[in-house]
Design a protein around this ligand. Structure first.
Ligand code: FE2
Length: 429
C-alpha cells in the first residue's frame, strides 16, 4: 500500500462540496473525494472548514513595500505625490535594503496564505537595484511562494530618458513580464505610443504584458482602448492585463458601451486594486466624490477575467495593509457594490482562481493532479471567508505545512451565556 505524504480530512471545498478528503504525494494531489481510505505520514482534520487553493496577489510593488515614512510621508495622499516620494527614496536605498524589506513582506504574505505574487519592479533607476534585489528574492522564496516580476517604468517609458534601455536590460536579466504606465507619459500621444512599443516588444520576446493603465480620474484617458487594439492586432489575446483602469469609472457611458466589448474581444484581463483605488482616486473632487474603482460588474458581465490586487502595503502610496487578500476582496465587494450571494462568492474567486488564471499558474485548482498547495480557513464557505477576513489556520505548500495560526476564539465571562465565541459559528448557508 502506498504511503502518502498528507491527507486532509473533512474539508469543505470552494465549490461547496463538504466532507472531502484531499490526498497528497510528492507535492501534488493524488486524489480528492469522500472517505478516502489511505495511509499518510500526516493527517489533518479540517473539521468541515473551508480548504481553498492559496490566495493569489496579481498586483503588488515589492520593491517599495515597508518603506513607509522613508524619507517622508505622503501628505496629499495622491498617486502623484507617492511617485515623487518614491523618486526621493530610490537613489538612497541599497539592494540589501530592498531585499530585507521584501523578504519581511514575503514572510507575512506566506503566513496569510498567499501562494503567488505578481510584483511590478521599477526599472527607472540606472543601477536597476530593484531588479537585482527582487530577482534574488524570487530565488530565495521559491520553495514557499511563486513570484512573477513585471518590468515597470514608473517614471514613464518615454518621459524618463533611460527607461527604454533599462526595461530591455531588466527583461534580459530575467524579469518576465512587460509593464507600462501610459497615463504618466508627457502627452496622451506618448502614452498611446508607449502602449504600441511595449506590446510589440512583448510580442517579439513572447512575453506577457501587465500595464498600469488609465490610473486616473480623467474621463478622457483612452489607453485601455489602445491596449485592447494592439493586443488583438499582435495576437496577444489572453497574455495582456490592464491594471487599475480607474478612469473607466469616470468615462462617458456611451463610450464605455463601445469600449467593454473591445476589451472582451481582445481577452485583455483586468486587475482593479480596491484598497488603493478607493484611497488614491477622487482626491481632486469635492462632492459628489468619485469612488475610482473600475466598472467591475459590467466587465464581469462581458466575460472579462478580473482579479483583485493589493498593490501596496506601508509604502509611499498606502500606509496600511497586512497582506490580507480577503481584506482586498471585501473592499472590492463594498466599493463595487457586489452584494448578491453570487457576487460575494465571485469576490473570493477574484483573489484566488481568477488571479491564478491571469498569472498563468499551472495546476492551481484543488483537483486530482493539482499542486498540493492549500489554505485551511476558519470559515465554512467563501462568503464567510470574505465577511470574516477569515483566520488562516494552516498554510500548505507542496503537501507540507508551512504556516499555522491558532484558531481565533474569544472567551466570554457572562453568567448563563455561551462562554466561547467562534466567529465562524455565525455562518448561515
Ligand atoms: Fe501598482
Amino acid at each position: 500500500m502506498i504511503n502518502f505524504d498528507l491527507i486532509v480530512k473533512n474539508a469543505t471545498l470552494p465549490d461547496g462540496r463538504c466532507g472531502m478528503d484531499i490526498l497528497c504525494k510528492d507535492g501534488f494531489i493524488s486524489d480528492i473525494g469522500l472517505n478516502i481510505d489511505a495511509k499518510a505520514n500526516q493527517v489533518i482534520d479540517a473539521e468541515g472548514y473551508l480548504v481553498s487553493p492559496p490566495f493569489i496577489d496579481p498586483h503588488f510593488h515589492m520593491d517599495a513595500t515597508l518603506s513607509l515614512g522613508t524619507p517622508r510621508l505622503n501628505i496629499s495622499g495622491t498617486l502623484l505625490e507617492g511617485i515623487e516620494l518614491w523618486g526621493e527614496l530610490k537613489p538612497v536605498q541599497s539592494i540589501d535594503d530592498i531585499i530585507k524589506r521584501a523578504l519581511k513582506y514575503c514572510d507575512l504574505a506566506i503566513s496569510m496564505g498567499i501562494g503567488a505574487i505578481r510584483s511590478h519592479v521599477d526599472i527607472c533607476d540606472d543601477e536597476l537595484k530593484g531588479v537585482e534585489a527582487l530577482l534574488e528574492v524570487r530565488k530565495t522564496v521559491a520553495p514557499y511562494l511563486d513570484l512573477q516580476l513585471v518590468a515597470f517604468p514608473q517614471d514613464g517609458l518615454f518621459r524618463s530618458s533611460s527607461a527604454v534601455g533599462n526595461l530591455n536590460r531588466a527583461l534580459d536579466m530575467g524579469v518576465e513580464i512587460v509593464g507600462g504606465i501610459p497615463h504618466f507619459e508627457r502627452t496622451m500621444d506618448d502614452g498611446t505610443e508607449s502602449v504600441r512599443y511595449l506590446c510589440e516588444l512583448a510580442a517579439k520576446r513572447g512575453l506577457m504584458v501587465d500595464m498600469h493603465c488609465d490610473e486616473s480620474d480623467d474621463p478622457m484617458s483612452r489607453h485601455i482602448e489602445a491596449l485592447a487594439y494592439h493586443t488583438k492586432r499582435l495576437g496577444l489575446q489572453g497574455m495582456v492585463t490592464g491594471s487599475h483602469l480607474t478612469s473607466m469609472h469616470s468615462m462617458d457611458n456611451y463610450y464605455v458601451s463601445k469600449l467593454i466589448p473591445l476589451i472582451a474581444e481582445s481577452e485583455v484581463h483586468v486587475i482593479p486594486n480596491p484598497l488603493i483605488n478607493i484611497m488614491l482616486q477622487g482626491r481632486h473632487d469635492t462632492f459628489p466624490k468619485r469612488r475610482g474603482l473600475t466598472r467591475v460588474s459590467e466587465l464581469k458581465e462581458a466575460g472579462v477575467t478580473i482579479g483583485f490586487g493589493s498593490d501596496c502595503m506601508m509604502d509611499p502610496w498606502y500606509s496600511l495593509g497586512k497582506a490580507d487578500m480577503l481584506e482586498v476582496a471585501a473592499m472590492g465587494l463594498h466599493v463595487g457594490q457586489l452584494s448578491s450571494r453570487a457576487e460575494m462568492k465571485w469576490c473570493f474567486d477574484a483573489v484566488t482562481v481568477n488571479s491564478a488564471k491571469i498569472m498563468g499558474l499551472e495546476h492551481y485548482e484543488l483537483q486530482k493532479n493539482g499542486r498540493a498547495n492549500m489554505v485551511l480557513l476558519q470559515a465554512r464557505n467563501k462568503i464567510e471567508a470574505v465577511r470574516l477576513k477569515a483566520n488562516r489556520l494552516l498554510v500548505i505548500r507542496d503537501g507540507k505545512l508551512i504556516a499555522q495560526n491558532d484558531p481565533v476564539t474569544t472567551k466570554l465571562f457572562m453568567g448563563g451565556r455561551p462562554n466561547l465565541l467562534n466567529p465562524a459559528d455565525y455562518e448561515t448557508s
